[in-house]
Design a protein around this ligand. Structure first.
Ligand code: MNH
Length: 556
C-alpha cells in the first residue's frame, strides 16, 4: 500500500503524518480553526469569517475596478482610512506566510533548520513524498512531460508578445536587479541551497560579505570607490577592486566592472541600476557629512547604507509594487501602521517565491538605445553601451521600450534554457502541484484546464500531457495561467508572490519601532531622504543634465 499522505488528504493547512499501518494517515489540525479527519470542518467562528470573506478574485476586482475608483480616491486622501487599509493589506498578505517557516529544502518534514539554517531556502509546502504512485502524488502521469517538449510546445517565443500593461524594459531590469539581492541559488550545490541573506539587505550594492564591502569602499567620507569615464561616475574595474565577478573568459579588463553581485556584469540594464545606486550612496554621504561634520568615514558609510536600504524599500513599494499591483488604492510604505500589531520582523526566502519570480519572458529580443537596435547577443555583457550612450540616454531608452508579457510562448533564445532548468529544479525539489499551492494561498483550485488557461487550444494540449488538472506543475501552471483583469500576470503569481513580497519588505529591521526614527538615519534630513525617495528622483539626482524619462510603464 502506498504512503497515505500521497493524496494530500489534509485540508486547510492541516499536516499529514503517516500512520502505523500501510496506507494510513492522520491529519494534525492543531491551531488552524478546522477539525475533522481531514481538517475539513471549520469551527463556528471560522465558518462565519469565511462566509464574510470576499474571494481573492472579488477583492482584486474591487481594487482595480474603474467604477469604484471614486471611493478609492477618497480613501487615498483621508489619512486615517488609508492607514487602516494599508495595515489590513500588510497583515492580510504577510499572515499567509509562515513566519518562522516550518520546512526547508532538504527534508520532507519540519526541522529546526527551516528557521536557523540560512544556507537552505525555506519552503511553504513540504515536497511530494518520494514513495508516491506519481511525481505529483496520486494524480497525473507516472513520468512528467519531457522538458524539451514543454519548452518547444508552450514556451519558446515565435513572435515577441509585449506586456499588455505596457511595462517598460526599465521595469524588467528593476525586477532583476532588486530580486537578485535575495534570490541567490548556490548552483554548485543545487537548487536546495542558497547564499542569500534572506531579505532586503542591499548586499546587491555593498557586496556579499564584509570583505567585498571593504573592497568597494573608498574610506573617505563614507563613500564607495568610483571612477570617471566620459565625464560620468561608474563602478571600478575588477583589476582595481578585486571582486569575483561572472565575466566570460578573455573579457576585456575595461569591461570588467566590480559590483555588489557577481552576475550584474551580464546586462547593461543591471549595470545602469548598480551605477545609479552607487552614485546615490555617495550623494547621501555628502548630505550626511554636511549634517554631521564630526562624523568619521565609518559612521557616514554605515548611516548611508541604512538610508540606501530605506530608499530601496520605499521605491520598491511605492514605484515598483505600485506598478505591478495596479490597484486603485495607492500602495504606500508606512511602517508605523504595524507598530503594536503581532508581526514578526524576520524573514526567510522561500524556494517557491524564487520559482515564481523567474520572469524571463519580460526580456525582449533586441534593445533600442537612442535609435540604434542592439540584438540581445550584442547587448549581453556589453556594458560599454551604457558608457557610450550615457546614463541619461540609456535610462530614457529603457523607459520607452516595452517589456515582454510574462506568459507562455514568450521565452527568447537566451532564456529558454533557464526555463528548462527551472522546471527541472522544481521536479528535483518535488514541488507540489499548482493546485495544492493555490489552496495553500487561499485560492480555489482550478477544476479544468480551460479554467486555468482561459482558452481551449492550449488547455487541450496541456490536458493530453498532464491528464489531470491537479497534476499540473507549479511553474508550468504559472506560465500557462490566464491573465487577471488589469494586471501583468495570472492570479497565482500575485496571490503567492504578494504575501512573500510584503512580508520580505515590511519585516525588514528598519521597519521596526526601534529603528524607524530619524536618529537611525542621521536625523530628520536622512529620514526625509527615505520618506521622499522615488524612482524618478533616484535617477534624476544622479544624472547630470536634463532629467531623462524614468518610467516603469512606456508612455502612450
Ligand atoms: Mn534570470 C536566474 C539568465 C533576466 C529572474 N537567470 C537566472 C540564471 C540565468 C539567468 C542563467 C541561472 C539559472 C540557473 O542556473 O538556475 N536572466 C538571465 C538572462 C536574462 C535574465 C540571460 C536576460 C536576458 N532574470 C531576468 C529577469 C528576471 C530574472 C528580467 C526578472 C525578475 N533569473 C531570475 C531569477 C533567477 C534567475 C529570480 C533565480 C536566481 C537564483 O536563484 O539565484
Amino acid at each position: 500500500a502506498e504512503n497515505g499522505c500521497c493524496s494530500f488528504p489534509c485540508q486547510n493547512k492541516g499536516i499529514c503524518l503517516t500512520g502505523k499501518t500501510p496506507g494510513s494517515y492522520t491529519c494534525d489540525c492543531s491551531n488552524i480553526d478546522f477539525y475533522g479527519k481531514n481538517c475539513e470542518t471549520p469551527t463556528l467562528v471560522k465558518r462565519i469569517k469565511l462566509m464574510l470573506r470576499p474571494s481573492s478574485d472579488t477583492l482584486h476586482n474591487w481594487l482595480v475596478s474603474s467604477s469604484l475608483k471614486w471611493i478609492w480616491d477618497i480613501i487615498n486622501n483621508v489619512e486615517f482610512l488609508h492607514n487602516f487599509l494599508m495595515k489590513r493589506i500588510y497583515l492580510l498578505r504577510s499572515n499567509v506566510v509562515d513566519s518562522p517557516p516550518l520546512y526547508e529544502t532538504i527534508h520532507d518534514y519540519p526541522t529546526l533548520d527551516a528557521t536557523t539554517n540560512t544556507t537552505l531556502y525555506a519552503r511553504t509546502l513540504p515536497p511530494v513524498p518520494l514513495d508516491c504512485p506519481t511525481p505529483m502524488g496520486t494524480k497525473g502521469p507516472k513520468v512528467l512531460p519531457d522538458v524539451e517538449f514543454l519548452a518547444k510546445q508552450f514556451f519558446t517565443r515565435t513572435k515577441f508578445r509585449p506586456d499588455p500593461m505596457g511595462s517598460s524594459v526599465l521595469m524588467a531590469f528593476f525586477a532583476q536587479h532588486f530580486t537578485h539581492m535575495f534570490f541567490k541559488t548556490d548552483v554548485k550545490k543545487g537548487p536546495e541551497f542558497t547564499w542569500s541573506g534572506h531579505g532586503v539587505d542591499v548586499s546587491s550594492i555593498y557586496g556579499r560579505n564584509v570583505h567585498e564591502e571593504n573592497l568597494l569602499r573608498s574610506y573617505d567620507s563614507g563613500k564607495l570607490k568610483m571612477q570617471t569615464i566620459n565625464g560620468e561616475e561608474y563602478p571600478m574595474f575588477t583589476k582595481d577592486v578585486p571582486i569575483t565577478m561572472g565575466y566570460p573568459p578573455n573579457h576585456p579588463d575595461t569591461l570588467k566592472f566590480a559590483m555588489g553581485h557577481p552576475f550584474y556584469g551580464l546586462m547593461p540594464g543591471l549595470f545602469l541600476y548598480e551605477t545609479i545606486w552607487m552614485r546615490e550612496h555617495n550623494r547621501v554621504c555628502d548630505i550626511m557629512k554636511q549634517e554631521h561634520p564630526d562624523w568619521d568615514d565609518e559612521r557616514l558609510f554605515q548611516t548611508g547604507k541604512l538610508i540606501i536600504l530605506g530608499e530601496t524599500i520605499k521605491i520598491v513599494i511605492e514605484d515598483y509594487v505600485e506598478h505591478l499591483a495596479n490597484y486603485n488604492i495607492r500602495i504606500k510604505f508606512k511602517p508605523t501602521v504595524l507598530f503594536g500589531e503581532s508581526f514578526q520582523y524576520q524573514n526567510k526566502i522561500n524556494a517557491e517565491f524564487n520559482h515564481l519570480y523567474h520572469w524571463h519572458p519580460l526580456m525582449p529580443d533586441e534593445f533600442n538605445i537612442s535609435g540604434t537596435i542592439y540584438p540581445i547577443k550584442d547587448f549581453i555583457y556589453h556594458l560599454e553601451l551604457v558608457l557610450k550612450h550615457g546614463t541619461a540616454n540609456f535610462t530614457d531608452s529603457l523607459s520607452r521600450q516595452r517589456a515582454g508579457h510574462m506568459s507562455h510562448h514568450n521565452h527568447g533564445p537566451y532564456t529558454i534554457n533557464v526555463l528548462k532548468e527551472t522546471i527541472l529544479h522544481g521536479r528535483q525539489l518535488r514541488l507540489q502541484s499548482l493546485n495544492n499551492y493555490r489552496k495553500r494561498f487561499n485560492l480555489d483550485p482550478y477544476t479544468s484546464f480551460e479554467e486555468l488557461t482561459g482558452e481551449k487550444e492550449l488547455a487541450s494540449q496541456l490536458e493530453k500531457l498532464y491528464g489531470d488538472i491537479d497534476a499540473v506543475e507549479f511553474y508550468v501552471g504559472i506560465l500557462m495561467e490566464k491573465r487577471r483583469a488589469k494586471n501583468l500576470f495570472g492570479g497565482t503569481i500575485v496571490e503567492i508572490g504578494g504575501p512573500f513580497s510584503v512580508k520580505g519588505l515590511m519585516s525588514n529591521a528598519i521597519c521596526s519601532r526601534q529603528y524607524w526614527k530619524p536618529s537611525t538615519f542621521g536625523g530628520e534630513v536622512g529620514f526625509n531622504l527615505i520618506k521622499t525617495a522615488t524612482l524618478k528622483t533616484l535617477f534624476c539626482n544622479n544624472i547630470k543634465g536634463p532629467c531623462p524619462l524614468v518610467s516603469l510603464r512606456v508612455p502612450d
